[in-house]
Ligand binder design. Structure first.
Ligand code: FES
Ligand code: FES
Length: 1012
């Protein structure tokens, strides 16, 4: 049939099949701003306006649009200047999204912008609650929704003709603490620390400004670009829905791939018959384990050598979890590929499965990895289902326990949760004109992917090119070489381009997730509240493959146990950390933002609260008394370093005391904690309020290992091309690196054209993980910029000397796009570039630099939570989350606060709602959004962010990491708030109504969880 639709004001006719979805029609027609994150209407990414009303195009037939009008993001507005042509410019909604920092990965932005357009068309003056309501049904995994909501309110004001001042002029709360110690118990004036009360009365969930509070405990150097709320360098392309992502690209003759998955948790393939599938018209290839070279590898995207076992094959004759790979298909269409899967006949010999990690360690348990090719790493023992084992003993732990007046011991359980980036895993592979394999992938680790795939594909790395485009969120899930090999094998088999995209269900059943763990803690404490020994045992479930098994579990101890070193009288820490990481027949775990640390801190910070409460100590003072401090040695630094040689490391900066102090003031801790009146909710006797805290730390990069590099060259007009292998996955790393480079070169961020990343063109970078990009790749870029600055100064000095009094390069200063002599004369950077490229002593001004750090300076934070608990239903509503973070100097307060806001909401899911649930056959029973509960815009609590700016001496601009630490403290702070509200301890998350209700009933019956 044929339909006629007006798309973005243009009348178009399309031949369609009656079953064609509107989403597919629009994307095939080149409207790539219409995104795709599920197939059942549960993510909202595919929203478009049909006759002005938002609809989900993935669940709408194209035929329904016949004779009607559609608006996609491409029709909203565009770049105002396109050469000699002027356009109508960006829509005020798009402008506001750019200005407020509402765009992180940007995958959700087209849907939000269109929903906002529909709202403002019918209601030009919406309340915040109405904006949030309009956003319901559209998920964002990055922002925490605060800035997108603010963007709409800002756009609405502008469209009504009201003043919306530039973000830089927004009142910023900069606090310089008074000299000398402030007693923790002294309440600070909250109005100076938290934003002004929101206008518009009760019911508002966020404040009306987007910049965070900044506390400056020490002077920070003057900078012009670093520290400013610059717009993201990729914001314009993302807010216009440009084809910036992996899948926004089509090649002639492209095939569509699908994977046949195991329906059994553990089995051998006795017979597989693909003849019918191969014979199906339109099928180009069907591959089984019999067709591929048998190469053992690890999918973990880590540096060489990978610190974990090699236990994976592209295809194997054995399946180890429901969802494991059985066969690959490539066909002319997705529908044919799916049909072909149904025609593959497989005969399995089912093997006994083991789903519980405790059972996996028992003698006689089924062995999951019995393949002879298995390569162990440091403690792995497949005969005992052990992927990794850690035994760390620091100082006289047993002596510490002997000295203790009290010993507190408890077990904590944390769930398996999924990264849930809105863009699923997607890859396109093809041979280029030189028979080199091009892999266009949504990956956090393009260089590791090339290295890891080379032997698997039997290609040398030089014949592989990996291109990373914009990434629609990763959160560690794309630090995995997960599906690139599948498309590549099919391209090798067929000679044709192949596209493979995981469905949302496959993300849950066949991608990676956070390691579920059981953590047993034992802590020795003196009567005065001094911790004298600390011990943790972790049983971690890596699922069917050991990707990141060792390093995630190592981090659980290395970061969470390090916060409380239990120093002895000689200054030695007393910490014991043991971990067993075991295989089970469940989907593999892997890297997930926080990388083992959220698990550790859930246990540690609930445990600390229990100790403080049991001993009648103030929870804030107890923590700070025992916490790691500036000038002390990192207690694990001599004991462990991700399976490599550890080296001692001093913690130079620690703003934790200020984080606790100012976070407490922001949240009103001193007025609420221990105040019985505040705990009651007037008129609602079934509700109780509580307040909780958690202190946390992370790391910044992996010392002596993580390497980043940058190449920088100057153009004729004084602009610069910055090529970095770093992988911005929506965090804004391209922007903050450009800010640092612009600071050194005395130019504007818009003069830095950032390109990341392509293994053919950009220098090596280990990729985006371990909170390292701004610190490692940023330092490399700063070093390259410093070299370029020296070259500019040489040329400028020559030019200025030629025109007047002699001046030396060392006297030149770069600022405002000019090179300045001390006497006030100057030349523009454009003059320098033209002289160097065209006029005299011709050479390209350019430099390359790289950086590896000898240290991993930890960021610190205090996380506060307020919650209301319904004692009749067990329902928990988190009302407010406030995080005070010492991440060193903040390069961009907009992007950094966006990281904290979004991280807190991801972590809130971990605390109260997210959990992958399995049945007795190892099948995920909730592999879709909805049953797997992610917070929506109208459900999130009020958020507050404070940055305590220390100046880390090991970085040129004093920064530490901010990306991962927001994941660490929310769950324990919420559980501590629940205890504060109703007096029961939860030792397992998420804190679902059922778990809370059960704990309340047990407490009523006199069980162990009670306040008593
Ligand atoms: S793609 Fe349409 S709602 Fe998810
Ligand atoms: S910015 Fe919303 S999903 Fe990434």
């Amino acid at each position: 049939m044929e339909i006629t639709v007006t798309v973005n004001g243009e009348r178009r006719t399309f031949p369609i099949d009656p079953s064609t979805r509107l989403l597919d029609l629009l994307r095939r027609a080149g409207y790539y701003g219409v995104k795709h994150g599920c197939d059942d209407g549960s993510c909202g990414m595919c929203a478009v306006l049909l006759d002005g009303t938002p609809i989900l195009s993935c669940v709408t037939l194209a035929a329904k649009a016949d004779g009607r009008s559609i608006l996609t993001i491409e029709g909203l507005g565009r770049t105002p200047e396109l050469g000699w042509r002027r356009t109508e410019g960006l829509h005020p909604i798009q402008e506001a999204f750019v200005e407020t920092g509402a765009i992180q990965c940007g995958f959700c932005i087209p849907a939000f912008a269109l929903a906002a357009k529909a709202l403002l068309d019918r209601n030009p003056n919406p309340t915040e609650a109405e904006v949030r309501e309009a956003f319901s049904g559209i998920l964002c995994r990055c922002t925490g929704y605060l800035k997108p909501v603010q963007a709409v309110l800002r756009a609405a004001a502008r469209m009504r003709g009201e003043l919306a001042p530039p973000i830089e002029e927004e009142a910023r709360r900069m606090i310089i603490p008074p000299e000398g110690p402030i007693p923790l118990t002294e309440a600070l004036p909250a109005e100076e620390i938290s934003p002004p009360a929101p206008e518009g009365g009760p019911g508002l969930q966020t404040r009306t400004i987007v910049l965070p509070t900044i506390v400056l405990p020490q002077p920070v150097p003057e900078t012009r670009v670093v520290g400013k709320p610059e717009k993201k360098v990729d914001a314009l392309r993302l807010v216009q829905g440009k084809p910036a992502f992996t899948d926004d690209f089509e090649l002639r003759g492209m095939l569509y791939a699908k994977v046949l998955k195991s329906s059994l948790p553990h089995a051998r393939i006795r017979r597989i018959d693909v003849s019918k599938a191969r014979a199906l018209p339109g099928v180009a290839a069907v591959l089984t384990y019999q067709d591929l070279p048998r190469v053992v590898y690890s999918t973990a995207g880590q540096s060489d050598p990978i610190p974990g076992p090699l236990d994976t094959f592209s295809l194997d004759s054995k399946v180890r979890f429901v969802g494991d790979r059985v066969a690959f298909v490539a066909a002319e269409t997705l529908e044919i590929a799916e049909k072909a899967l149904e025609l593959i006949e497989v005969e399995y010999e089912e093997l006994p499965a083991v789903l519980d990690p405790r059972d996996a360690m028992k003698p006689g348990a089924p062995i999951i990895h019995d393949e002879p090719e298995y390569v162990p790493f440091d403690g792995s023992d497949p005969s005992r289902n052990l992927a990794a084992q850690i035994r760390i003993e620091i100082g006289g732990v047993d002596k510490g326990f002997e000295e203790a007046d009290y010993i507190f011991e408890a077990e904590y359980i944390v769930p398996k949760v999924q990264q849930s980036s809105l863009e699923t895993h997607v890859v396109i592979t093809y041979w280029d004109e030189d028979d080199r394999l091009v892999i266009r992938s949504s990956t956090q680790v393009p260089f590791h992917a090339r290295r890891i795939l080379a032997p698997v594909l039997r290609l040398p790395p030089k014949r592989i090119r990996v291109i990373k485009l914009r990434i629609g969120g990763g959160f560690g899930g794309k630090q995995e070489v997960l599906i690139e090999d599948i498309a590549a094998h099919l391209t090798i088999a067929t000679g044709r381009p192949v596209r493979l995209e995981w469905t949302r269900e496959e993300e849950f059943t066949a991608a990676r997730s956070r390691h579920p763990m059981r953590l047993r803690l034992r802590t020795g404490v003196r009567r005065d509240g001094t911790i004298v020994a600390n011990e943790m045992y972790v049983l971690s479930d890596t699922g069917a493959y050991g990707c990141h098994a060792l390093t995630v579990a190592g981090n659980t101890g290395h970061k969470a146990m390090a916060l409380y070193p239990a120093w002895d009288e000689k200054g030695e820490p007393r910490i014991r950390f043991h971990a067993d990481v075991v295989y089970t027949n469940t989907p593999p775990s892997g890297a997930f933002r926080g990388y083992g640390v959220p698990q550790g801190f859930f246990a540690v910070e609930v445990h600390m609260e229990r100790i403080a409460r049991a001993l009648g100590l103030d929870p804030l003072e107890f923590r700070l008394k025992n916490a790691l401090k500036a000038g002390q040695e990192h207690p694990f630094s001599r004991a462990w370093s991700e399976g490599r040689e550890p080296r001692p490391e001093i913690v130079h900066t620690c703003g934790l005391p200020e984080c606790v102090r100012y976070g407490a003031a922001y949240v009103g801790w001193h007025e609420k904690f221990g105040n019985p009146e505040w705990h009651q909710v007037p008129g609602q006797p079934h509700l109780r309020r509580g307040i909780g805290v958690a202190c946390v730390m992370q790391g910044t990069a992996i010392p002596y290992l993580d390497m980043g590099a940058a190449s920088l060259k100057m153009n004729d007009d004084g602009s610069f091309n910055l090529l970095i292998g770093a992988t911005d996955l929506g965090t804004g790393s391209d922007t903050v690196i450009a800010q640092m480079v612009a600071e050194v070169l005395g130019c504007a961020v818009e003069d830095i054209i950032v390109y990341s990343s392509d293994t053919d063109f950009t220098p090596f970078d280990k990729g985006a993980y371990a909170s390292s990009t701004t610190y490692i790749s940023g330092t490399a870029a700063v070093r390259a910029a410093q070299q370029v600055a020296e070259q500019i100064k040489e040329v400028a000095a020559a030019l200025l000397s030629e025109r007047g009094a002699p001046v030396s390069p060392a006297e030149i200063r770069l600022a405002d796009r000019r090179a300045w002599a001390p006497d006030g004369r100057s030349v523009t950077l454009e003059e320098v570039a033209l002289s160097s490229l065209h006029h005299r002593d011709q050479r390209q001004i350019m430099a390359v630099a790289s950086y590896v750090s000898p240290v991993s300076p930890p960021p610190f934070a205090a996380q506060f939570a307020e919650a209301t608990v319904d004692i009749e239903t067990g329902e928990v509503r988190v009302d407010r989350l406030v995080m005070a973070v010492d991440a060193g100097r903040i390069v961009n307060p907009l992007t950094a606060s966006g990281q904290v806001e979004g991280g807190m909401i991801q972590a809130l899911g971990y605390a109260v709602s997210e959990e992958m649930v399995f049945d007795e056959r190892g099948r995920v029973v909730n592999p879709r959004f909805g049953p797997y509960k992610i917070f929506q815009a109208h459900e999130v609590p009020e958020l507050g962010v404070i940055f305590v700016e220390t100046v880390e001496p090991t970085h040129p601009f004093g920064i530490k990491a901010v990306a991962e630490i927001p994941m660490d403290g929310v769950a324990p702070a919420v559980v501590n708030a629940i205890y504060d509200a109703v007096g029961v301890w939860l030792t397992q998350i998420p804190a679902t109504p059922e778990r809370v209700w059960r704990a309340l009933r047990e407490a009523q019956a006199g069980g162990t969880g009670s306040r008593a």
